[in-house]
Ligand binder design. Structure first.
Ligand code: FEO
Length: 394
């Protein structure tokens, strides 16, 4: 991607990566991504974010920068967030521009030192601090845990441009780059929020509050389209998604199970009846048959998560592990958790699930229930009692 002008003194110097298939190992991509970097051609030249660590990205980025300025004229390199997909070309840029000062948040200092493994002395910005570029001004808005502790947002005062790094970004590569020119990217915008921002959404909500009243003409994130069409609409979407859930009058529980031969299913139904006896609002899902698309919302809203799995080759079933791995994208700490399941030989599935729930910081007040093969009427009564007790624990 060649550099291009966004505004009179603002240029794009980033890189497109349309063929990237997976991000951070865990995030499948089907529209690639972009590493957006911006150059502000003020009296003191500033670059906001670099690009990722690959030699191809570094080379393209440096070439883009050199096409616009002599690296010796760069005054500042602003890194709103130090993850290597944005700081990956810092070392190579500083080799060409040793006079440039690195600008990070106060908590970013630790990361930049460990990134470069040398004692750099960055300029550390606090909330509301400004940096004078001569004819332009950068103002900094700290936004910890959006999605790293170091995150800050940078505002170019004179041009009303917000550089929010990952915040308000998405993995979506379309070389037309402006939100009004690219294909529909709403799905990708939400997907990015769900995977990257949602685990810390209360922090996103706080960051959004800091943007209230800020006059924003353009949002220049570090992944995906540049947002110039009513930029507030994107902030409003985030506000909707990050808004804290309203507490409900009744406690909510989900019974989530997989079942090979119907034994764990019968246990699940009995547990659900018991939860209902205890006045909990209960929903039950056979995870082995897939998830409804709103499952993460339901998990997030639930007070209790009761997980049922048979044991297969000494383990819980894969759909259950897939479910549990999704919990890291949601705040589940403090919810009530419990496990149950039928087994044939040794029954490791239930204790393994219980341990995982504890590791995720759920409260596990009741020891899990295990039944060998077909649950008897007595077993099902015990499952119902188990559900009743859990309802009291919610
Ligand atoms: Fe795009 Fe948190 O890095």
């Amino acid at each position: 991607m060649k550099p291009f002008k966004i505004l009179e003194d603002l240029y794009y110097v980033g890189m497109l990566d349309p063929d990237r298939k997976v991000f951070d190992v865990i995030m499948p991509l089907d529209r690639g991504t972009t590493y957006n970097s911006y150059l502000i051609q003020a009296e003191k030249v500033a670059i906001v974010e670099t690009v990722t660590v690959t030699p191809a990205a570094q080379e393209e980025f440096l070439s883009n920068v050199r096409a616009l300025v002599n690296p010796k004229d760069i005054g500042y390199v602003v890194l709103n967030h130090l993850e290597p997909d944005h700081s990956g070309a810092l070392e190579i840029l500083l080799a060409q521009a040793p006079q440039a000062r690195v600008v990070v948040s106060r908590s970013g200092e630790h990361f930049v030192k460990n990134l470069l493994n040398r004692d750099v002395q960055p300029l550390r910005m606090g909330d509301g601090d400004s940096l004078d570029l001569g004819d332009k001004t950068l103002r900094f808005i700290t936004a910890p845990f959006v999605h790293w502790p170091d995150t800050m947002l940078t505002y170019l005062v004179e041009d009303k441009v917000l550089f929010p790094c990952d915040f308000l970004g998405c993995h979506f590569c379309d070389p037309r780059l402006y939100d009004d020119l690219v294909e529909d990217f709403r799905y990708y915008f939400r997907y990015y929020f769900d995977v990257i921002m949602r685990p810390y959404k209360e922090y996103s909500f706080k960051a959004l509050k800091k943007l209230e009243g800020l006059d924003i003409a353009l949002i220049a994130p570090s992944h995906g389209p540049i947002l110039r069409t009513n930029p507030r609409q994107y902030i409003e979407r985030y506000r909707e998604w990050a808004r804290p859930s309203e507490p409900s009058a009744r406690k909510k529980a989900l019974v989530l199970y997989a079942s090979a031969y119907g034994n764990t299913r019968r246990m699940a139904e009995a547990v659900a009846r018991g939860l209902g006896d205890g006045s909990a609002e209960v929903e039950i899902f056979d995870i082995g048959q897939g998830w409804p698309k709103e499952m993460l919302d339901k998990i997030e809203a639930a007070d209790g998560l009761v997980i049922g799995s048979p044991t297969f080759v000494g383990d819980a079933l894969k759909p259950i592990w897939d479910l549990l791995s999704s919990f890291v994208t949601i705040k589940v700490k403090g919810k009530v958790g419990a496990a149950f399941g039928s087994y044939g030989w040794s029954g490791e599935g239930v204790p393994l699930v219980e341990q995982r729930l504890k590791d995720l910081k759920l409260k596990v007040p009741e020891p899990g229930i295990r039944v060998v093969l077909t649950p008897t009427e007595e077993d099902l009564t015990n499952c119902r009692e188990f559900g009743r007790r859990l309802a009291q624990d919610l």
